[in-house]
Design a protein around this ligand. Sequence first.
Ligand code: FES
Ligand code: FES
Length: 216
Amino acid sequence: MITRLPDATRRQVLEGSSALTLALLAGAPAEARNPAASAPAAADASVRVPMALRINSRAVSVSLDPRTTLLDALRNEIGLTGSKKGCDHGQCGACTVLVNGRRINACLALAIMHQGDEITTIEGLAQGDALHPMQAAFVAHDGFQCGYCTPGQICSAVAMLEETRAGWPSHASSDVAAASFSLNDAEIRERMSGNLCRCAAYPNIVAAIRDVAERG
Ligand code: FES
Ligand code: FES
């Protein structure tokens, strides 16, 4: 059975415990009263370093905290918000961009590591008003629902086709030593397994990628 104390009594208890705490801290060493007093100086978050990036065939100069991820640089500093932040831990693929033609998770890369590299985001795939064939195929096959994963899916698919053309096997390849691979659905699903879709638009995503692959 729980007995409720009258308000005045509870207030007295709280006042008493506060007074006791202050008394104990008055006799405690400085670092116990203020842990920051003995902590090593925190990294200065205001330090920014000039960086020269190349994004979607354009030179981009920015000053960033050297700890800034490529994803945060793109979205928060450069204004390219097409690349999405899903997990921020390299698990969902929503942040996939191309670096020198290869797909990477931008949330796991520091921007400063990619000075001089050719970075391509979803904003850089179209040629003016003409969609990239992979973008057009996603539209034609309805390869999305909410669309949050879609920029990462498309960038990943573009690089995945190049990996396949270059003869890179996957875990779904029956002969890993083969010179070329036909992209059946199992191959596509395996090769795209780093890109998750919470709307489960997978059948249409696979159909879109197969379409582009079959057209060469
Ligand atoms: Fe980068 Fe999920 S946000 S993998
Ligand atoms: Fe919604 Fe893929 S379309 S997460």
